[in-house]
Write a protein that binds this ligand. Structure first.
Ligand code: SAM
Length: 273
């Protein structure tokens, strides 16, 4: 059962009549930091895309496997752009479980995601959250918290998981990716997933119409080719750009699992020099 809007965790600047991607996603993952307006959006989408909220869960499971993969390659620091409302299995929890010295900088534009992240990170000297717009890489990369925690002389995993579909073409997503890529030393990784209308385009068009009707951050769906274009600066590790559940899955997928219903593509890549 989600919390009521009257509760004290709501920062005063939040418009509780507008849905936000962070809160809708939180609801999809079974979290409690969402409002009636967020729940209504996802419930309406579920009528069109009955697999909802499986896509969010598949995406989150991809995030976990990808963080573990990065750690196996020796990564000890993570910049998580568009990190969301912390639920179970956040990057610092995954990474610090096996490497207590792993460092994580979370970045989100959503005040509730940031407020809740601050609360759960209190006392964790190796993880911090920035309230920032990742479309301003200089601010994110130059923030004192980022400089304190991340060592740009060492490889870094940059995560943009379920967030690049909030970058409009006018934002110049390739330019933004390039800016973050430029500070990544060899041995670094990008962990990436993006919503797509490649499959079931009519359902997805209607779902996005509902999502974007009154939201803080509108979403834009991209085709497989458009997402591949965003990732041209990276060598994708096997199995390349796939549905999240297909990315190095832990075991066989259930027989009735239709990966194309995930509405996401996911990949991990190493940046070109
Ligand atoms: N990355 C997490 C995951 O995959 O579990 C959360 C994904 S959630 C769907 C997308 C997040 O991106 C939201 O929390 C939203 O607030 C954030 N976001 C959207 N645009 C952003 C921007 N320009 N700068 C920072 N965060 C942004």
């Amino acid at each position: 059962m989600a919390d009521d809007v009257s509760l004290s965790w709501v920062p005063p600047e939040v418009d509780t009549a507008k849905s936000s991607p962070a809160r809708v996603y939180d609801y999809g993952l079974g979290g409690s930091h969402n409002f009636e307006v967020d729940r209504a959006v996802l419930d309406k989408i579920k009528e069109i895309v009955p697999s909802t909220p499986q896509p969010a869960q598949d995406n989150r499971a991809f995030l976990r496997r990808a963080v573990r993969f990065c750690q196996e390659q020796g990564i000890r620091q993570f910049l998580d752009l568009g990190s969301g409302v912390p639920t179970v299995g956040n990057v610092h929890e995954i990474a610090q479980q096996t490497d207590p010295g792993a460092r994580v900088v979370y970045v989100d534009i959503d005040p509730i995601a940031v407020a809740h992240s601050r609360r759960i990170l209190a006392g964790n000297g190796n993880a911090v959250v920035l309230h920032a717009d990742m479309r301003r890489p200089d601010e994110v990369l130059g923030a004192p918290e980022t400089r304190r925690l991340l060592d740009f002389d060492e490889p870094i995993a940059v995560l943009m998981v379920a967030m690049a579909h909030y970058l409009a073409d006018e934002d110049d997503p390739v330019g933004i990716l390039n800016r973050y890529r430029a500070v990544q030393r060899p041995g670094s990784y990008l962990v990436f997933s993006h919503m797509t209308d490649e499959d079931h385009p009519e359902d997805m068009r209607r779902a996005v119409e509902i999502f974007n009707a009154d939201t803080t951050e509108p979403m834009i769906l991209r085709s497989r080719a458009e997402i591949e274009h965003l990732l041209e600066g990276y060598d994708l590790v096997e199995p390349g750009l796939v549905y999240p559940s297909q990315w190095r899955s832990d075991g066989p997928l259930p027989a009735d699992h239709d990966p194309s219903r995930s509405a996401f593509f996911a990949a991990v890549g190493s940046p070109h020099p």
